[in-house]
Design a protein around this ligand. Structure first.
Ligand code: DCP
Ligand code: CA
Ligand code: CA
Length: 367
């Protein structure tokens, strides 16, 4: 079997970098994004911080009042989390990734695996150039930096990615993988938490290298068959998990702010045209058909409304979205006198194209 070449991309200090993106003037100050619980002005915790704030010891999970204390006397800036905005940036980047691979697995808002084996013809040299190209493309189109770990499987790609941030690119070739893991503590492996770490320490296993050499039979006796074999394989850099889409999206949407508040149909449709372009690209990339088109409206008084239409038969084209967004807005504007601040286009009710791939069984029966 050919080597696989797997990327893990993880966006750098993601929420804080998103805030820098829309406020470039703050880039050389400590930036903290917090989840405010609202009880008192400073109650809540740090969601993330930029690397300047991290130098002061301000990291994810730290109570906000402590973060304020550590950053006293600096020109630090604090933000409230804005998930809607971070999700939009994230999906723009994920969409760019889709242009570089046929197998994308998004694991969180700021992380995705890409199987690029075919694209780089199994070559780790080509993988370096390919990774640099993707990084440069996202930087140019979206303005966000991220780190890529490259390895022969997901396990190695993930640990490679964590080993040098931000704006990193760490490549571990198949013949280096075991030596790369060996000195690391066992808790760097997925699924090795506090309890397991303690248990392994009792058994004299502290590093992944020690775990790799440990008698697999004993691991099975202590941790059970499934985990025992998993620990043995993982420590030996063996991981055959495929890169695959996590479930299917329920809807694809895009929201934007109008250049000025408006009640004018044509002006609004100009904006929704841009949003539709984004949405249809993602639908095509995923091979979806859709049955429902919705519009989303935020009025000047910040009240929000949605309107939808659902068809009997699924569609795939852009025109059906464009036409129905127009119909929905015509009706909406005739009913609501308020000027509109923000608009959104959402498409849902998906079905997926049958993959063009032949079923394995058809090879067996066609003799
Ligand atoms: N996050 C959070 N609370 C945490 C950890 C993370 O709200 N305890 C959010 C904020 C992060 C995002 O998830 O921006 C991604 O988490 P990461 O662990 O990848 O951390 P960052 O992207 O912030 O930093 P790094 O550059 O280390 O990847
Ligand atoms: Ca990150
Ligand atoms: Ca992450």
């Amino acid at each position: 079997m050919q080597n696989r070449v797997i990327f893990l991309a993880d966006f750098d200090y993601f929420f804080a970098q998103c805030e820098e993106l829309r406020n470039p003037a703050i880039k050389d100050k400590p930036v903290v994004v917090g989840v405010y619980s609202g009880r008192t002005e400073d109650s809540g915790a740090v969601s993330t911080s930029n690397y300047i704030a991290r130098k002061y010891g301000v990291k994810s999970g730290l109570p906000l009042f402590m973060a304020k204390k550590k950053l006293e006397g600096t020109d630090a800036i604090f933000f409230k989390v804005d998930h809607e905005y971070y999700d939009q940036i994230s999906s723009r980047i994920m969409q760019i990734f889709r242009g570089y691979t046929t197998a994308l697995e998004q694991v969180s808002v700021d992380e995705a695996y890409l199987d690029v084996t075919e694209e780089v013809e199994g070559s780790f040299d080509k993988a370096r150039e390919y990774a640099q190209k993707i990084k440069a493309d996202v930087k140019a189109q979206v303005g966000i930096s991220f780190t890529i770990g490259v390895g022969p499987n997901k396990l190695i790609a993930k640990i490679a990615c964590d080993s040098q941030k931000p704006d990193g690119l760490t490549i571990i070739e198949p013949n280096e993988a075991k030596a790369f893991l060996a000195p690391l503590p066992v808790d760097r492996l997925l699924g090795v938490g506090k309890k397991t770490t303690a248990k392994m320490a009792e058994m004299g296993i502290k590093t992944i290298g020690e775990l790799a050499k440990y008698d697999c039979q004993v691991l099975i006796e202590v941790f059970g068959k499934v985990l025992g074999i998993y620990f043995h394989n993982a420590a030996n850099a063996v991981d055959n998990e495929p890169v695959q889409e996590q479930g299917e999206a329920e809807s694809i949407s895009k929201i934007g702010t109008l250049k000025q508040d408006s009640h004018d149909l044509d002006f609004i449709l100009q904006k929704t045209g841009e949003l539709t372009d984004f949405v249809i690209k993602e639908i095509v990339a995923r091979g979806y058909s859709y049955k429902t088109v919705s519009i989303y409206v935020v009025n000047v008084d910040l009240s929000s409304r949605t309107r939808s239409v659902t068809f009997e038969q699924p569609s795939k084209d852009k025109e059906t979205i464009t036409k129905n967004v127009r119909i929905l807005f015509e009706k909406f504007l005739s009913e609501s006198p308020l000027e509109i601040r923000r608009v959104g286009v959402k498409v849902s009710g998906f079905s997926k194209d049958q993959p063009q791939q032949k079923q394995l069984t058809s090879f067996f029966t066609s003799g």
